[in-house]
Design a protein around this ligand. Structure first.
Ligand SMILES: [Zn+2]
Length: 105
């Protein structure tokens, strides 16, 4: 007998599915399915391009990536987002400068 990791009830050692809470005990079922479309690298790139750093949770949910990669990708994404943010601020300042120049004429 062993304990179910989900409901802590006693279950058979060879059980694949818990009879108490009907959770699957197989690791492949417990872990996220890496073949899911939203864990594919292409989708992650598209997600980053469209929502920016908001897609970071997706990386941390991904069952495929090891923690070191997750940290690395997080650092890169935060860095790139910060750079884009600074560029946006700079161009806003330039537009403002341009308008005040036009007003002073
Ligand atoms: Zn259970």
């Amino acid at each position: 007998m062993k304990k179910c990791p989900f409901c802590a009830e006693d279950i058979q050692d060879k059980a694949v599915k818990c009879k108490h809470c009907s959770e699957f005990l197989n690791q492949n079922h417990v872990k996220g399915d890496s073949s899911l479309w939203y864990f594919r690298p292409t989708f992650m790139v598209i997600a980053f391009l469209s929502v920016g750093p908001l897609m970071l949770p997706l990386i941390w949910w991904s069952p495929d990536l090891i923690t070191r990669w997750k940290i690395g990708i997080t650092v890169v994404i935060v860095g790139v987002s910060w750079g884009l943010y600074l560029m946006a601020l700079k161009s806003l300042a330039m537009i403002e400068e341009y308008y005040s120049f036009l007003n002073s004429l």
